[in-house]
Design a protein around this ligand. Structure first.
Ligand SMILES: Cc1ncc(COP(=O)(O)O)c(C=O)c1O
Length: 366
């Protein structure tokens, strides 16, 4: 029997087992030990830019970025309405107000035109999300942030390995935030990383991450956080980083298959900007309308193929239900018509062809 097709499961192999076992045998399970620093070094070797601080999650990285920028009550932060809630909750953690804007119909990323309409005297920062791995238009966004003197935070939690004009996502903004959750291209079980623009800023972020504790003393000069990554997590991440290029190549190949096998059918894949090269963390597709999407869902369930709806527009979640919705036309339209499809690197190319066959069958029989 063929192995079950996976949506976004991680690939854990012999190398991961070897490195985690080594950390266990050496007793480096927690924060004292060499692997977190080694993980940060290797990460920057791949990303080619910035000053990294490994943390406990992508959410922690985003929180730290807003905290470090001094964003707080009275401030507004512009965010896309189509993203995971963790892109936005950190805005609330610092007491600021998230202002939701629509996404672009083709790339599904935050719309530059929509941002401009929502900038007020209170706007302090924009959080851009490279949704499902697809890079935002970093030329236009960096220019816009500069023009209005706004901070730019990149939520690169889904886009490790994606580039814009050859430069890695996460290296453009004031901060780049990454996640190594179990479903991400590289996993540490649960973890994240904040990429800073100077060693001084990174040193302070590292201090904050460790309860603002200098060395082993119990004297603290400010309020810190327990946002440290552990050696055990980092050891898993080190194995994953060695395999990262292969993971991205495979995900890009899957995208090619989705594109080729659905050519001529009434479906749309997330489009890349001209200068962008996505890692295609999660391949997703929109169908003609909700009825077709529902038919595809049924067919995939029957075939035992996993899938997921796109993120629910954030104003549909209770904490954000008072947000303005009328302008979020593309966000709602994409949500109604879209599905995320198997993209895990444990799949084979044949698995992806099987998914496409199931989709084609519904669309041709329709
Ligand atoms: C777009 C986005 N932002 C933020 C996060 C938060 O990352 P984490 O789960 O590591 O906190 C995730 C992933 O979970 C995400 O997909």
């Amino acid at each position: 029997m063929s192995k079950q097709i996976q949506l976004d499961a991680p690939s854990i192999g012999l190398l991961e087992k070897k490195y985690v076992l080594r950390a266990l045998q050496e007793g480096f399970v927690s924060t004292y030990g060499p692997y977190v620093a080694e993980f940060e070094r290797k990460f920057v070797g791949f990303i080619q830019g910035g000053y990294p601080v490994a943390v406990q999650s992508g959410t922690a990285a985003l929180h730290l970025a807003l905290y470090k920028l001094g964003i707080g009550p009275q401030d507004e932060v512009i965010v896309p309405a189509l993203t995971f809630i963790a892109s936005v909750n950190p805005v609330m953690y610092v007491g600021a107000k998230p202002v939701f804007v629509d996404v672009d119909a083709l790339t599904w990323n935050i719309s530059v035109e929509a941002i401009e309409k929502k900038i007020t005297d209170k706007t302090k920062a924009i959080i851009v999300v490279h949704l499902y791995g697809n890079c935002c238009d970093m030329d236009r966004l960096t220019k816009l942030a500069h023009k209005y003197k706004l901070f730019l935070i990149e939520d690169a939690t889904e886009s490790l390995g994606s580039r814009f004009a050859g430069q890695h996502t996460g290296t453009f903004g004031d901060y780049g935030c990454f996640s190594f959750n179990g479903n991400k291209t590289v996993t540490t079980g649960g973890g994240g990383l904040i990429l800073c623009r100077s060693s001084k800023v990174a040193d302070h972020a590292r201090h904050l991450v460790n309860q603002a504790r200098p060395g082993t003393a119990y004297t603290h000069n400010e309020i810190g956080f327990n946002y440290r990554m552990t050696n055990l997590e980092a050891s898993l991440g080190l194995a994953q980083l060695e395999r990262l290029k292969g993971f991205v190549d495979k995900k890009r190949k899957f995208r090619e298959i989705y594109e080729k096998e659905t050519k001529g059918l009434p479906v749309r894949l997330q489009q890349e900007y001209e200068k962008a090269q996505s890692c295609f963390w999660l391949n997703a597709m929109t169908f003609e309308n909700e009825t077709v999407r529902a038919k595809i869902e049924k067919a995939l369930i029957r075939a035992g193929i996993p899938f997921r709806r796109l993120f629910v527009p954030l104003p549909e979640s209770t904490p954000y239900s008072s947000a303005e919705k009328k302008s979020l036309i593309n966000t709602y339209d994409l949500y109604h018509r879209g599905l995320c499809l198997p993209s895990s690197v444990v799949n084979t190319e044949k698995n992806i062809q099987t998914v496409c066959r199931a989709i084609r069958k519904v669309l041709i029989e329709k």
